[in-house]
Design a binder for this molecule. Structure first.
Ligand code: NAD
Length: 260
């Protein structure tokens, strides 16, 4: 379905971004990977996915908190593949602390990576998408783009901001073949969430399994994690012709979290 298209997935060396990159590659899209990690492992990861699905893959190590590196990433995608058809703004970090103790440097980093990076990639991708009159922008927000949780001020603020940016992008592209939507997952068991599991296990003196269950049952009625594959399938749907008129939604896949 996506043969000949190029997808840039930010933060795709791990977790949800990696799952979405795989799902898009499975549909025939070439993929530009981005994110941190061991250089050799990253090279193996994008080479293997390219071989598995018979698509072209590439990687750029831009730090998504830095606008000049984001511009270099977009230029790289343009030089390599002639632009970005599918932009998945996924890179994100978390920090958990009460507002009055929240390190200001962590606040700035979360706003830069989880919110401002999507503004920069979007503004740089839009001219090419509009020229081709086809494009898909998918913002990885969170259920925390719809509801709050204590101790997560920067993350909740950034994700609500990202949902707002999604709506404005959708409105400004409404009469074009470019769509913009947000995906709002509940808990997905990635390194980002495992850290919260570890902190809880240490704080409450319980094992890993019990900490996972406690974290889930507090918020996610299904008691089960959402998976990167399930999120990848939703991203593929947003790229399909059936979703031509899905514009500006914040679609939660959250085991019932936001229904409460
Ligand atoms: P993860 O920690 O597994 O992956 C994060 C990715 O972002 C990694 O590839 C990492 O290298 C990259 N990254 C981090 N900082 C970066 C930077 N400055 N520049 C470039 N890349 C950077 O986390 P994840 O759980 O897969 O999260 C992916 C996205 O999904 C995030 O935006 C997160 O907020 C969102 N999300 C996650 C969950 C969850 O439960 N895991 C739930 C809702 C939303």
């Amino acid at each position: 379905m996506l043969n000949g298209k190029t997808a840039l997935v930010t933060g795709s060396t791990s977790g949800i971004g990696l799952g979405i990159a795989r799902s898009l590659a499975e549909q025939g899209a070439n993929i530009v990977f981005n994110g941190f990690g061991d250089a050799q492992q990253i090279e193996k990861l994008y080479t293997d996915i390219g071989a598995e699905f018979g698509v072209q893959t590439a990687y750029h190590n831009a730090d998504m908190s830095k606008p000049d590196e984001i511009a270099a990433l977009m230029q790289y995608a343009s030089d390599k593949f002639g632009g970005v058809d599918i932009l998945v703004n996924n890179a994100g970090i978390q920090h958990v602390a009460a507002l009055e103790d929240f390190p200001t440097e962590r606040w700035d980093a979360i706003i830069a990576i989880n919110l401002s990076s999507a503004f920069h990639t979007t503004r740089l991708a839009l001219p090419g998408m509009k020229q081709k009159n086809w494009g898909r922008i998918i913002n990885l927000a969170s259920v925390h783009g719809l509801v709050g949780s204590s101790q997560k001020s920067a993350y909740v603020a950034a994700k609500h901001g990202l949902v707002g940016l999604t709506k404005v992008t959708a409105l400004e592209t409404a009469q074009t073949g470019v769509t913009c939507n947000a995906i709002c997952p509940g808990f997905v068991l990635t390194p980002l969430v495992q850290k919260q599991v570890d902190d809880r296990a240490a704080r409450e003196g319980i094992d890993n399994d019990a900490a996972r269950k406690a974290l889930l049952l507090e918020k996610q009625p299904s008691g089960e994690f959402v998976t990167p594959d399930e999120l990848g399938a939703l991203a593929v749907f947003f790229c399909s012709p059936a979703a031509n008129q899905v514009r500006g939604v914040a679609w939660n896949m959250d085991g019932g979290w936001a229904a409460q």
